[in-house]
Write a new protein. Sequence first.
Lengths: 579, 195
Amino acid sequence: MMQAELTKPSLASPEHPVEISGSQAVLEAFIAEGVDTIFGYPGGAIMPIYDALYDYHDRLKHILVRHEQGGIHAGQGYARSSGRTGVVFATSGPGATNLVTGLADALIDSTPLVCITGQVFAHLLGTDAFQETDIINITTPVTKWNYQVTDATEIPQVLAKAFFIASTGRPGPVLIDIAKNAQLQKFSYTGYTKCDHIRSYRPKPIVRKSYIEEAAALINEAKKPFVIFGQGVILGRAEEEFKAFIEKAGLPAAWTILGLSALPTNHPQNVGMLGMHGNYGPNVLTNECDVLIAVGMRFDDRVTGRLDKYAKQAKLIHLDIDPAEIDKNVKSTVPVWGDCKETLPLLTALVHEKKHTDWLNTFHNYAREEHEIVIDQELHPASGEITMGEVVEALNELTNGDAIIVTDVGQHQMVACRYAKFNESKSNITSGGLGTMGFALPAAIGAKFGAPHREVVAIIGDGGFQMTLQELGTIMQAQVSVKMLILNNRFLGMVRQWQQLFHDKRYSFVDIQSPDYVQLVKAYGLEGNSVDDRKNLKEALQKMLDSKDSYLLEVMVGKEDNVFPMVPQGCSVSEIRLK
Amino acid sequence: MKQEYTITVYTENQVGLLNRIAIIFSRRKINIESLNVSPSEAEGIHRFTIVINEFEEVVRKLCRQIERQVEVLKAYFNTGDEIVWQELALYKVPTDEVAEKLQVERLLREFGARAVVIRKDYTIFETTGHREETDKLLAVLAPYGLIEFVRSARVAIIKASNGFHEKLKEFEAVEPASELIENEFLNKQAEVFSM
């Protein structure tokens, strides 16, 4: 072997250790874990890692973001579209604290991330050094695991743990804070070993057969069984297993917004969306079904409405990988603790083949009513201002449901989730649990890197877009193709809707102005367009989709349109309002 | 009904874990009445003993949240009659006062106390027991110029526990026995929480 090869860190072993720095060890870990893209922003305390990155640029793509929050949301978008772990760099102090929103978002939405923050030299810890902040304690409530490294020899092991913890069990964000001295420190590197066991951590429960049997018996006896599913199906890569299960037992299935796209929207048993702005049938019939089968979802209050009036008549089968979710909000009759990739096939084997035609028709009847009262006018208005729904519907027609849709938070998010069509899993990316405005633009950038062959359309409100629009700079520099569709109602629409309905129309600080978005993206060298006339809408959307580069389309929509149906806060799901 | 629960948590010995566990309570605005962290019978494993007043349902959920932490091996919760517990108290009093006005010997005998330090200027007594017992001695000493008083956190042994040695071996195994990772709590929902 050549001398040069002998010193290659990738060939290091306990017999042939190679001297490398802590920074190199971080990047070696990334390569061993199959990382291809890093979203980050340099700074003083992470400079040694960036210095090492200079020599790795052929193997690791680094996307320079414009703000660390943009970096972490991009990491989330990457993770959600690719199903892999997102990787983020930030420096100490403000760089690190700027990650907090993204960490909280990733924790509540179970997104696997490994974030590396620089930290001041270990001897300066606790001295109020320049750009020193106690990021470990700040991020403890918003990480699945975090750890501070002060000695380079720990790095290979700690990073192996970080990737293992982030991606297994119920995924989540991990933050590793590395003191500058550890980044610089040279040590004898003996190679990288992936972690597959931590004694205090059990990511994969053993499935109890007796509960599978009990669950199957309940389903087989049920007259009105109803499946509600969440992101667990996607995270467990169990889309096919899930489909086989509901098809064999003839079960109607409704989704939470994070579960959306796990089952094609045109599947005959897909009955729609749950929750506050979900569909009429799934909400009302939650309180009429006799067996409720929850798969990989956590009974968020936006899904359940008033808990003491939620599915009281039903027996509940709850499939989840996280034991803390079982019985947390809704008491289960049969808890099926496990990975749904394993539990669903076991259940499918035991359930009888059935059709439940009448019961499924009940859903269709409600859907018909919802169409008449709400949906038809929302999607195909004859006159008046453009509605958000018709934009999404026009987009469906042009993309055939093949695009990844990234949404921000608010009215447009609810409308997009209600009406967007999806054929493929991992196509709906939104901030569900935390409801982070400003999520969509950076997440869409990350989503494109996670799924480069797919069209990525970010649907964003005029409020949310202005929260992270600095990432236009990232789009410009990275030359990534993201289609930005701003639904501009010149209001913080969701808050305005609540003020209208519940606060006597006292519109308190929801009237928000926008810059000229077309001029704005022009400054970044991008093309844009704005439409306010229905007859130009489709053509404008087509032009946006046809563009090879990033493109911004602003659509002026109804200023005071509301999202319906709606389960008012504090009401039961069966008290859903159609208008 | 809210009542006193003693939570026992077996953990790795890791910087920051105390905070990770403490914030599970503070996030829900639950006050920790007593907290003790010490080594356990198993080498390298730490044992938290936490006392709170709460509803059983809440305590069960808290334990699940605690067990969810990567470095936590197990969490148990018990009512007072399921454990044997003790607290230790120290009392510092002026030596003349107790020697003159209070019969020290009687005091020691009655309260099972012992004198840890006797100096010309002060004496330090120590006693262990339940809250009522340490409180009683406090009441007795208060009129005699009590200078300082301190009581430790609760330490508790679960009556039904077989210790952690065997369980730890199982945790260390890559393929642990199913008993360990089958969620026992699903089986005996009302009784013991365990993962």
